[in-house]
Design a protein around this ligand. Structure first.
Ligand code: GTP
Ligand code: MG
Length: 208
């Protein structure tokens, strides 16, 4: 169990799921450590990182679970869905198959954790010539499932932070609704805390 930090107002468990190779680990590594791995280092089971963000002045600690996309780890990873507040469902914009599998991943979410905040992410959006999934198709799909949709590139650090601030906002809104609180999101109020290295790199213009 992760220790509770009383300075944090909210703690949310977030899962990243999707086919093997779509870039789940790369997105998380880019977000949390400002790094991009060139090789596909297959995730075995799960891995997690913790980051704190501030949304509307509310501190949110994100426990971000990076799951294995490979079928052979499915039994292990499905046990990690329990207690999740949000799920990022990822596909690769250069791989139609990974997009066609999103429906299956959503069914997996439904059977393992019921009502959670969901965000659709199309990664590897950095080479228009290789793009196989048109943005409008993915947007239409996301609308049909009542999800927000973001295209990213972990490689070029495009929209990476937006993924995590968006899902954090959705989870905060959901929690407020459950508590009967009024909650209005103020755009661009989110900042990452807790990682001076990332801030330093940003100041030098080397990242995100
Ligand atoms: P599993 O752990 O097997 O489920 O895969 P994964 O989804 O974690 O994929 P991973 O992050 O390991 O990335 C797979 C490959 O895609 C690696 O070779 C990455 O370098 C590459 N990759 C990841 N993100 C991007 C991206 O935004 N653009 C491009 N061009 N390549 C990427
Ligand atoms: Mg991985």
């Amino acid at each position: 169990m992760l220790p509770f930090d009383s300075n944090d107002q909210h703690i949310f468990k977030l899962l990243i799921i999707g086919d093997s190779g779509v870039g789940k680990s790369s997105l998380l590594l880019r977000y949390a450590d400002c790094k991009f791995p060139q090789q596909h280092l297959i995730t075995i089971g799960v891995d997690f990182k913790i980051r704190t963000v501030t949304i509307n002045g509310e501190r949110v600690k994100l426990q971000i679970w990076d799951t294995a996309g490979q079928e052979r780890f499915r039994l292990i990873t499905s046990s990690y869905y329990r207690g999740a507040h949000g799920v990022v469902v990822m596909y690769d914009v250069t791989c139609l198959r990974s997009f066609n599998h999103v429906k299956h991943w959503l069914e997996e979410v439904e059977s393992n954790c019921g009502e959670v905040c969901r965000l659709l992410v199309g990664n590897k959006n950095d080479n228009p010539q290789l793009k196989k999934v048109p943005s409008r198709d993915a947007k239409r799909f996301a609308d049909r499932y009542g999800m927000e949709f973001i295209e990213t590139s972990a490689k070029e650090c495009f929209n990476v932070e937006k993924v995590f601030t968006t899902i954090a906002r959705l989870m905060l809104g959901q929690k407020a609704r459950e508590q009967g609180r009024e909650w209005v999101y103020v755009e661009d109020e989110s900042i990452i805390l807790n990682d001076p290295r990332i801030e330093d790199i940003r100041k030098q213009g080397l990242c995100c």
